[in-house]
Design a protein around this ligand. Structure first.
Ligand code: ZN
Length: 293
């Protein structure tokens, strides 16, 4: 009888509106497979909180490992067009040209692209990728640098001047919103404390049409630049939107409720131009980190 009830329950669950809701979910592809970071530990965290938000149907697409034979790479053909948003957790070997072109077409046709932490270190030789991400982990001679003054006014430093990419020691640091009206961060505290992470500084690139959403002050006592460095930004690319956060070095960084909210809402927004996901009640405060269990 117990078994009967169980089967009935399973049957009933399949009839519930979840199946209808599934059609409304955004199809999100996490792409990973190579990284100088522990992607095997961080992809499941990304997948867990994106799925838990209820807004996404998440698939993970993993590239061939380093130094794989060409036949493995020719078989690697992610079907971008079946998704509404692609999230890159990849920092490794260059993709085949057909995959590069596929991603360019996907975004320019209106798809969302989300870049997390070291994904912006990748592909310095791929011109359109640099255009999409705006700023990447590159040397000072690669391109311009973008920071703000205390008031939040953008300062552009031309290539060759000032520091190139780097970071100081890991620590908790404040994220300061610079565009409080942007849908991804609207309603978040203007300043909130992010869990222990690397604070990227000196990011370089073409930074054309770059919309800066949030910065963090890179304290010199922690090995930083003494400048307000970009933490969250977006760039239009054709009909698509490329959303970047350089937060997310390790599992403990990604457990920050603020990081999870930024990535979930950023993914939704880059795919649809709208944000319906609420800001969680346990969101970090100006002086208090909040981490998911
Ligand atoms: Zn890192």
């Amino acid at each position: 009888m117990k078994r009967c009830l169980f089967l009935f329950a399973v049957f009933a669950l399949t009839l519930l509106p979840q199946t209808v809701e599934a059609a409304d979910k955004l199809r999100l592809m996490i792409i990973d497979g190579q990284n100088n970071h522990n992607w095997r530990a961080t992809t499941p965290i990304l997948q867990e909180f994106l799925t838990r938000s209820g807004r996404f149907e998440v698939s993970v697409v993993t590239t061939p490992t380093e130094k794989s034979p060409a036949t493995d790479w020719s078989a690697f053909q992610p079907k971008f067009s079946e998704f509404q948003v692609v999230l890159s957790n990849y920092n490794g070997e260059m993709w085949p040209e057909s995959v590069q072109k596929g991603l360019e077409k996907f975004v320019s046709d209106g798809g969302g692209l989300v870049i997390v932490h070291a994904a912006n270190n990748a592909f310095s030789g791929w011109s359109e990728y640099n255009t999409m991400i705006g700023l990447g982990w590159r040397g000072a001679d690669f391109g311009d640098r973008v920071t703000t003054n205390d008031a939040g006014e953008t300062i552009r430093t031309e290539k060759g001047k000032g520091p190139g990419a780097g970071h100081g020691s890991q620590h908790e640091f404040a994220i300061r919103l610079r565009d409080t009206a942007h849908p991804v961060v609207k309603g978040m505290p203007t300043e909130w404390l992010h869990a222990k992470d690397e604070l990227y500084h000196g990011q370089r690139g073409p930074a054309v049409n770059m919309h800066l959403i949030a910065t963090a002050f890179a304290d010199q006592s922690k090995g930083g630049t003494g400048a307000h460095e970009p933490m969250i930004w977006w760039i239009p690319y054709g009909k698509g939107k490329v959303f970047t956060t350089v937060m997310g070095h390790a599992d403990y960084s990604m457990k920050c409720v603020g990081f999870q909210s930024v990535v979930s809402r950023g993914s939704e927004w880059s795919a649809t131009g709208e944000v319906t996901l609420p800001i969680p009640e346990n969101f970090p405060k100006a002086d208090k980190v909040s981490s998911a269990p």
